[in-house]
Write a protein that binds this ligand. Structure first.
Ligand code: GTP
Ligand code: MG
Length: 346
């Protein structure tokens, strides 16, 4: 994951906040991003092992220096875009030499772009940078410092930002609808672009310590869904959509980069090992599908067999009941006959 955006929008604070809500002992960890919030001057890599639903996940976050307040910010994003491309290139080289690169795979699976909560709309710099990012990574625009806009202003601002994103054809990551958790996904999509509140401090609300920002009139809470979308964003990043973000990077963004490189260098997509791997995974998918079909068919046949057996059992039971009834009747008739004979003999 990476954070990008203008200086002072709270990118580093957000990373601290995210880790501290995931790791109970984050304060004690040696690799905190910053002990004091200061301007980020180089591309920093922060890693932490987190546990999610019993799985161990290594979360790598890349913090980038914010764009300055210079008059001319035209190319300020170039180093970041170069960094993103470099990660693809390193991976591609490792792949071509058939080495494994998991330890140093720094390909970015989600890129949070911090938007200033101006209440107006995107700046031309935002548009330019987001265009560049959207073609390389899963771009997730976020509205920084969500506590500085009123509820209504935030709603209107979100709409304007979305309109602007669509009007400029910016490629933004949207979680896919897959039928199972569509209601949750709809709620996530509806909240986009997420507003976030970040804070390095804990404050006491109703006797409980929560992460938030304290004002004279109250507290803006990071994990309160009424206050901002931090929780939705965190869910998307490390729970519901982690796998999709990774596979989208692999299948779309990395693949686009690879094809672009190959075309640029006049090479064709004929790496025999890679092709063999691709064919193998296609074959595995086919086999899996066939297996699933066979399994379903087997279940269907078993079910039909069971139904038939059940029907036979019911018929048998009915027949036995009928027999039993007839026997009862016969016994009754015999008893009657005996009674009649006894009466006649008396
Ligand atoms: N009101 C408000 N202030 C915030 C929020 N998040 C961070 N800040 C404040 O914004 C200031 C800058 O935060 P940083 O995290 O250093 O910002 P940055 O984006 O990393 O800045 P650069 O490293 O220069 O790019 C600090 O004083 C933070 O306390 C927020 O959600 N709301
Ligand atoms: Mg910073």
């Amino acid at each position: 994951m990476a954070t990008v955006g203008s200086s002072g929008l709270g990118k580093s604070t957000f990373i601290n906040t995210l880790f501290s809500t995931l790791l109970k002992d984050y304060k004690q960890q040696p690799k905190r991003v910053h002990d004091q919030i200061e301007r980020t001057v180089s591309i920093d890599v922060v890693r932490a092992d987190i546990e999610e639903k019993g799985f161990n996940v290594r979360l790598t976050v890349i913090d980038t220096p914010g764009f300055g307040d210079y008059m001319n910010n035209q190319d300020c994003w170039v180093p970041i875009v170069e960094f993103l491309d470099e990660q693809h290139l390193t991976y591609m080289k490792a792949e071509q030499s058939h080495k494994r690169l998991e330890a140093d795979d720094l390909r970015v699976h989600a890129c949070l772009y911090f938007i200033q909560p101006s209440g107006h709309t995107l700046t031309s710099l935002d548009i330019e940078v987001m265009k560049q990012l959207g073609t390389r990574v899963n771009l997730i625009p976020v509205i920084a410092k969500g506590d500085t806009l009123t509820k209504e202003d935030m709603k209107a601002f979100k709409n304007r930002v979305l309109d602007c994103i669509n009007a400029h054809g910016i490629n933004m990551y949207t979680p896919p609808l897959d039928g199972d958790d569509d209601d949750d996904t709809h709620a996530i999509i509806e909240a986009m672009p997420f507003s976030i509140i970040a804070s390095d401090n804990e404050v006491t609300v109703n006797g409980q310590k929560v992460r938030g920002r304290e004002y004279l009139w109250g507290v803006a809470e990071v994990e309160n869904e009424q206050h901002c979308d931090f929780k939705k964003l965190r869910n998307l990043l490390i729970r519901t959509n982690m796998y999709d973000l990774i596979s989208n990077t692999e299948e779309n963004h990395y693949e686009d980069y690879r094809m672009k490189r190959l075309t640029a260098s006049g090479l064709s997509d004929d790496d025999p090992v890679r092709n063999a791997q691709k064919n193998m995974s296609a074959k595995m998918k086919e086999d899996e599908e066939a297996l699933r079909k066979r399994f379903t068919e087997q279940v269907r046949l078993e079910e039909a067999r069971f139904r038939k057996w059940e029907q036979n059992l019911i018929a048998e039971r009915d027949r036995l009941n009928k027999d039993l009834e007839e026997h009862h009747k016969m016994v009754k008739d015999l008893e009657n006959d005996v009674e009649e004979l006894q009466a006649a003999n008396r």
